[in-house]
Design a protein around this ligand. Structure first.
Ligand code: 13P
Length: 256
């Protein structure tokens, strides 16, 4: 891993996959394959909402964190189909993905909504993974850094220094998600460095050094080690490969 003291963090984002039986089985297998690594690496899994409770039971007292893929920022009320932070707390959720690229680009969530969700999560005492990343068109137009800094700055608006201790950033270039095209390690490291500098500008060099930045986008058991050797990369947010407990465990080991 890196030469810094940041504890690596690997998340498994299951997206809209699994059914009840396979979600429980996968969680069980992940406990067996990764349970012994939680002292050296923070590990979270993000199942679909309907399976959070069953997966939470399976995780039991193991230190693998239960995560949610999204949340709504209002505490309760007439918001059909939405889920509140309190509902997630009731199910022992510890960490929530905010602003995932599929929510930005498929569900069309905007910067203000993403910022409201992040603030609600932090005010509820939960941890968050704020996702940022450029599309292929933006990369080709030379806008990568500008897009990441802009998503980061608007996402973190009104987040305090103290709350930053519970925020992880995931850099997920949209063109690398689910495509098998992984970012070159130099490109990922450069994006991470820009994001870290931006956190330093928004808060302080100290907060920037403490904040973990995960890479996400076609991470698998084969490419993880090379990516995680970059000192700027503090672990990964894994989609497809997190549905296989063996691959997921290999990725966790690569992060340690
Ligand atoms: P893949 O690992 O399937 O590319 O997905 C990455 C991702 O979106 C994780 O949140």
């Amino acid at each position: 891993m890196s030469t810094t003291s940041r504890k690596p963090f690997v998340g498994g984002n299951w997206k809209m996959n699994t059914d009840l039986a396979s979600a429980v089985e996968l969680a069980d297998n992940i406990v067996a394959a990764c349970g012994q690594f939680t002292e050296k690496c923070d590990i979270a899994i993000f199942p679909p909402f309907p399976y959070l409770q069953a997966v939470g039971h399976t995780l039991g007292n193991h230190n693998i964190l239960l995560g949610a893929q999204d949340v709504y920022f209002q505490p309760n009320g007439a918001y059909t189909g939405e889920v509140s932070t309190q509902m997630l707390l009731d199910l022992n959720v510890k960490v929530v993905l905010i602003g995932h690229s599929e929510r930005r680009h498929v569900i069309l969530e905007g910067d203000d909504l993403i910022n409201s969700k992040l603030l609600a999560v932090l005010e509820a005492g939960l941890s968050a993974v704020l996702c940022v990343g450029e599309t292929l068109a933006q990369r080709d137009a030379g806008e990568t850094d500008q897009v990441n800094v802009s998503q980061l700055t608007s996402g973190l608006r009104n987040v305090t220094e103290k709350q930053m201790q519970r925020v992880t950033i995931a850099y997920e270039p949209v063109w690398a998600i689910g495509t098998g095209k992984v970012a070159k390690k130099e490109d990922a490291a450069s994006a991470h460095a820009v994001i870290r500098q931006s956190i330093s500008d928004l808060y302080s060099p100290n907060i920037a050094q403490q904040t973990r930045i995960q890479y996400g986008g076609s991470v698998n058991a084969k490419n993880a080690s090379e990516l995680f050797l970059e000192s700027q990369i503090d672990g990964g947010l894994v989609g497809g490969a997190s549905l296989d407990s063996g691959q997921f465990a290999a990725i966790v080991q690569a992060a340690i």
